[in-house]
Design a protein around this ligand. Sequence first.
Ligand SMILES: O=C(O)c1[nH]c2ccc(F)cc2c1NC(=O)[C@H]1C[C@@H]1c1ccccc1
Length: 232
Amino acid sequence: ILGGYEARPHLRPYMASLQLDGQHVCGGFLIAEQWVLSAAHCTEGTNGKLFQVLLGAHSLSEPEPHKRLYRVRTQIAHPGSNIHNNRDDLLLLQLEEKAELNAHVKVLPFQREDRDVEADTMCEVAGWGTITHSGRRPDKLQQVERPVISRELCNHRTRHDQTITEKMMCTDSRKKDTCKGDSGGPLVCNGVAEGVVTAGSRVCGNYKKPAIYTRIAPYAAWIDGVMASAAG
Ligand SMILES: O=C(O)c1[nH]c2ccc(F)cc2c1NC(=O)[C@H]1C[C@@H]1c1ccccc1
């Protein structure tokens, strides 16, 4: 997160850190007791290794009472996701067991009504992604508020030039922005997860390249289907 500030500890009990060999790779969030939603691009370069999911954390390094690392039973990338673009950039992770829910570990509801969030709506995004242009990594969860911008503006020739589909949304990226390592985390508007930070490489903090999110509502049926079929 560029231009943000340290989150109040455990005010975002749905936040997950996807880790490989103890290292934060991407964000994610708890959508059900045994399921985390993140971004498919985060699995690139992991050559099939499964993530571990850290829940209940504020600091990545310090011991905290409700912090717990969960093994992943299965990881399912959306079938439409690919390395060439940001389309269908979603990843579902089933934890080895149901997460122990408490004040520090909670499920975040996601938007199921497929309607665009109005431009200028102020939303918030959190993550352990880079906090400087030189790539400094925070130890504690950061957050920032960002206004939604219209798809029309985001698709302007000088911005993302017609690559933003109706299953994506954008927020203003002037100074305050998401950045590498924040991908997979939720864009929360009025207490509901409306989007997932896409994990395609994008310059951060440049107003000419707004932040891109996968809208969740268009994928509600896919998410429900995967969770139902893997149940039991
Ligand atoms: O965040 C992303 O957009 C993204 N997309 C990817 C694709 C492949 C891939 F192997 C990784 C990523 C990855 N994350 C990262 O590089 C994470 C490692 C870097 C990081 C940044 C800040 C704080 C901690 C760690």
